[in-house]
Ligand binder design. Structure first.
Ligand SMILES: [Zn+2]
Ligand SMILES: [Zn+2]
Length: 235
């Protein structure tokens, strides 16, 4: 029984689309859509921490007393300022998944990553844009169910997911603030490695080995199948 499968549009995802996802016209699997919402809702908190670490350095320099040593900027501060940097609504006039952005080196500000996707959505859907171009407002706008659901049916949804994925890795490593993760003591249903991790606020359990994403139901089913196989072997 072989049925043609459609892979999820995200290069960082190994799932194939379910019939229910194909029926709604999704190009991105539901776990990927869900995780984008998790990331976007986490961003305002990350922005607060980034602003705090920028603040600490400024305060430290001002209260340094009369002996002020001129030193090189603290490592990492440039990263923080860069991530918090402003981006204009019209900075990227090209298609966000076009070649223009591939030429860019270095990390874009959070706003610079989010704005092109929001622009595409607001322009094509004629929805009201975010209240401001502050990174937290941009993130919360994009985290709304309607923009996310619409984006997940576009041919570029995989690029958006992959870009947000890369952004979150940079942001989390800059702030050292990561959602709590705990191992799930069960072999991965796909690759059988013991690398499953559950992450706070995330509906899906992820495999660190094969990057697979699984619902609790899928894991429960896999556990029952494993148990049944063991029983059969023992009999
Ligand atoms: Zn996916
Ligand atoms: Zn796996």
């Amino acid at each position: 029984m072989t049925t043609p499968t459609t892979p999820c549009a995200a290069t960082t995802c190994t799932r194939t689309l379910l019939d229910t996802e194909l029926t709604t016209g999704q190009t991105l699997c539901s776990p990927c859509v869900d995780v984008m919402g998790v990331w976007l809702r986490e961003l305002p908190l990350q922005v607060t921490v980034l602003k705090g670490s920028r603040q600490r350095e400024t305060t430290g320099a001002r209260t340094g007393g009369r002996t002020v040593h001129r030193t090189a900027p603290l490592p990492g501060r440039a990263d923080v300022l860069n991530l918090l940097g402003p981006a204009a609504w019209t900075d990227h006039i090209t298609d966000p998944h076009g070649d223009a952005r591939a030429d860019q080196h270095g990390q874009l500000p959070i706003a610079g990553v989010l704005i092109p996707w929001i622009r595409i959505i607001t322009e094509e859907r004629r929805w009201n844009p975010p209240v401001s171009l502050a990174p937290e407002d941009l993130a919360l706008w994009l985290a709304q169910p309607k923009p996310l659901a619409w984006a997940s049916r576009r041919p570029w949804s995989g690029d958006m997911r992959d870009e947000l994925h890369a952004l979150m890795r940079t942001v989390r490593s800059t702030t050292s603030l990561r959602p709590r993760r705990r191992p799930v003591p069960q072999p991965c249903p796909r690759c059988e490695d013991l690398e499953l991790v559950a992450t706070d606020h995330q509906l899906y359990v992820e495999c660190n080995a094969c990057q697979g994403l699984f619902t609790r139901e899928e894991l429960a089913l896999a556990a029952r199948i494993t148990a049944a196989a063991l029983d059969a072997g023992a009999a």
